[in-house]
Design a protein around this ligand. Sequence first.
Ligand SMILES: Cc1ncc(COP(=O)(O)O)c(C=O)c1O
Length: 439
Amino acid sequence: MPATVAEAIEAATARYVDKNPRSKPLFEKAKASLPGGNTRTLLYAAPFPIIIRKGEGHKLIDEDGNVYQDFVGEMSAGLFGHSHPRLQEAIISAVKNVGLSLGATNPYEQRYAELICSRFDIDRIRFTNSGTEANLHCLAAARRYTGRHKIMVFRGGYHGSVLSFPSDASPNNVDLGDWVIVQYNDPDGVKKAFSENKDIAAVIVEAIQGHGVIPATVEFLKTIRDETTKAGAIFIIDEVVTSRLSPGGLRKLLGIEPDLITLGKYLGGGMPFGAFGGRADIMSVYDPSVPGSLTHNGTFQNNTVMLNAGYVGMSEVYTADAVELLNNRGEHMRRKLAEVFKGTKFCVTGRGSLMCVHATNTGMQPSQMTCWDDIAAVDALDLRKLFWLDLLDAGFWVQPRGSIALNLQTPEEAIREFIDATARFCDKYRALVALPNAS
Ligand SMILES: Cc1ncc(COP(=O)(O)O)c(C=O)c1O
């Protein structure tokens, strides 16, 4: 048994390299045409990423034939699992019977817009190609509507590739000068920022911060609601990930009413997707029949495949019953993982089918994790890496940063196996992961 975490990681990395002889040269080849062999930063992994050949049901198969049970769920976009039969039909039917790239208004945009408006209880919606775009256009709407420019955001927040506010990585942002950055889950910080800035156009917030999967408190969100109302600013909840947590989204579960919401990920039925919507008076800034309205173009935002796959996914597959089942499964899984982690440096945060496994040097508990900076101070990066390598070796597709998004095709048995594998990991490395005073 390795005496240190570094030795354990070295041995686990050697196994990783041994098991993936085909991924390494493919990655080396990719470096000739992609910077660092990568086109999506989050998926980079040292010494090289495992190259996945295909997905089937709830499983992934890599270029070396290794099979994994998928617990990443494409960061929520993979909610339907891989190649869901009903979505396959919808996609093939759209390609065959409707056609691609019509360059015209089609009936599917109205049909899907109506479904989303009724499901998420919003007046109006516009589609985009990604969650990033949804947030950018949503902020543009808030600026136009209020005639103001500043946007309040939160440390650790992620609203897209060019719209993130991490404390531990360098963001690639546009227009940095106009942000008012406040600590997440800090109601007093929100009040103070409003008292110091009279010209805030909007506040945008994740009701569960994706970086660490840290739930917002109701008090925090209520404070944002109250302060935005007083200041005449627009309150936006980024539900790109969290809308899956109840039939009407997380805000409905929490009883918070923002002015606008943004959506993304799974709602495209596996196709690229984004949308933003809410109050009709605010969304009317995009009404093209009104002279001087904002333009919002995007070649693929009414593409027929996404509109059909998304519609079928939401009307036939991710029904209210399916939402309940999936999220109850997640609650059960998180409770079981918490039992397994007792007395160790690991814990798990989250809600419903979204969660994140953490490792800290102090054994910090979820109730103490109110923002990413709480965790960053004690983050045990090396233990997180060991967990990732060990679970991969045991046949579970997980992320180095620990976040998990369950998919609909994952059977209960796979969840039991994941919990057992986690228990084996804790037993195997007990001397390295146990808290000093744990019995
Ligand atoms: C909360 C949140 N907002 C927005 C986005 C951006 O979505 P996309 O990757 O589709 O641009 C993400 C993506 O992970 C997200 O987690």
